[in-house]
Write a protein that binds this ligand. Structure first.
Ligand SMILES: Cc1ncc(COP(=O)(O)O)c(C=O)c1O
Length: 456
């Protein structure tokens, strides 16, 4: 063991392959259904929204998929990201545990999201796309795709959830700086947006509504625009595995191996990104690392949602998939981790959770911000409110190890910095935050509106 704090690799260590969990997943994939017919989707349906390369990645069972040179070239702007040992946090906690974190906030836009945004923009450009549409909650995904579309000279329209548009004006300005057009969703730009506004002119919006608008804008563009999604889909999770592939090597540099790997979950991409390469080691090489997904008690899709088929968006335009869901009509409470407010979860993560390969825990907002502040004061980085959920769980693991007198090696993904989230920090420092637990009755009620899927 060393007394090193930062574990750094060189450009030549940027992974050359993404890891595809579909090759090793002991849980068979469930079908993806057309939202209208509720029959399995065809590539024709998907090709309205996505370029063929990404559709093929979505259904591929190849274990390793080569990262194109053009994508690795842009990854060089920030990859490999550092792995750090949180020595000062360990000391503050007085724990015998060793805490490591992979810092994805080191990307130009401050989160893990460019790992897939760059790939998606590249394959769209290659497939002849001229413009893309997308939604964004907290603004991290929209910013990442804005950056990537600019790199590959594509136009971008972003449907930003209205409450975030209001809370986070600087994220909007950042997207505009990269050359994108940003709308506060619900908008009057789409049929669906207009119908939501007609019912509730003050609608705060939701990720489900924004997805519907972005999907509609692409689907009705006669092929001029394609759609990009920042999480949930297999290919998105696969692009994020560069995080875990790098972390495997960096843990080796530290001469340690994690007992537990932790990530926050919105749609599941940063968690899958760090966890899936370690899951491969569990499945194929007899390792026993625990993989822990952390969600807010306000949007507890894994821990309180029902594992069933549901629509991916509010307007029922996106495919129907089997996942842990709070119901596609879910309007999330106004918590500050905007990126964790989705009603569902990546189907691959849900299957693995259901089969016991992954654990999940829900944490409350106030203790999450307490963890964020403790982390900032000991390690210096102000975490994104989303990432702070992983920190809460990492600290709880370290305190549990202390109580049991155990040396535990903890690795978590610090998916982004919170430099644009000062509104949330101010609310926390001035005591304005509230804890919220999503009620089980609301989940039960939402289950009455599920699609009636009858598979042969
Ligand atoms: C910093 C950060 N972490 C995590 C998430 C959650 O997304 P995912 O579960 O796909 O990683 C987001 C989403 O916007 C985010 O911005």
């Amino acid at each position: 063991m060393t007394d090193q704090t930062r574990f750094l690799m060189s450009e030549s260590d940027i992974p050359k392959f993404w890891y595809n969990i579909n090759a090793d997943n002991p849980v068979p994939p469930t079908p993806v259904l057309h939202p209208g017919t509720l029959e399995p989707v065809t590539p024709d349906f998907l090709s309205v929204l996505f370029p063929m390369d990404l559709i093929l990645q979505e259904i591929s069972t190849e274990r390793f998929i080569e990262i194109p040179e053009e994508v690795r070239e842009i990854y060089k702007l920030y990859r490999p990201t550092p792995l750090l040992r949180a020595r000062r946090l360990e000391k503050a906690l007085g724990t015998p545990a060793h805490i490591y974190y992979k810092y994805e906030g080191a990307s130009p836009v401050g989160s893990h999201k460019p790992n897939t945004a760059i790939a998606q923009a590249f394959y769209n450009k290659k497939g002849g796309t001229k413009a893309m549409t997308t939604e964004t909650g907290a603004g991290q995904w929209g910013t990442a795709l804005a950056f990537a579309c600019n790199v590959f000279d594509l136009a971008l329209e972003v449907y930003m959830v209205k409450v975030s548009y209001q809370q986070k004006p600087y994220r909007r300005i950042l997207m505009e700086t990269y050359g994108s057009k940003v709308y506060a969703s619900p908008t009057d730009q789409t049929n669906y947006g207009r119908s939501v506004l007609a019912e509730d002119p003050d609608s705060p919006g939701s990720l489900g509504i924004a997805i519907s608008e972005a999907v509609e804008a692409a689907a009705t563009s006669n092929g001029a625009k394609k759609y990009g999604l920042g999480s949930v889909l297999n290919h998105v999770l696969m692009h994020q595995t560069v995080i875990g592939e790098e972390a495997l090597k960096q843990m080796d540099m530290a001469n340690e191996y994690p007992d537990v790997v932790i990530g926050c979950v919105g749609g599941g991409s940063n968690f899958a990104g760090i966890a899936f390469p370690f899951l491969r080691e569990n499945l194929k090489n007899g390792r026993r690392t625990r993989l822990l997904a952390v969600e807010p008690t306000a949007t507890p899709s894994l821990t309180k949602g029902v594992y069933t088929f549901d629509y991916g968006d509010t307007a029922k335009m996106a495919p129907v998939v089997k996942m842990h869901t709070l119901g596609h009509g879910f309007i999330p409470p106004r918590i500050h981790a905007g990126g964790l407010r989705y009603h569902g979860m990546a189907p691959s993560i849900c299957g693995l959770y259901d089969a016991g390969h992954i654990e999940a825990v829900a944490v409350k907002q106030i203790p999450t911000f307490e963890a964020a502040i403790q982390f900032a004061r000991s390690e210096g980085i102000v975490p994104a409110p989303e990432s702070a959920h992983a920190i809460r769980a990492a600290i709880d693991e370290a305190l549990d190890a202390k109580a049991k007198g155990e040396k535990r090696v903890i690795l978590f993904n610090l998916s982004g910095h919170g430099n644009f989230d000062m509104g949330a920090y101010e609310a926390n420092l001035s005591g304005k935050l509230e804890d919220y637990e999503y009620p089980a009755e609301a989940v039960n009620e939402a289950m009455k509106h599920l699609p009636q899927v009858q598979l042969a």
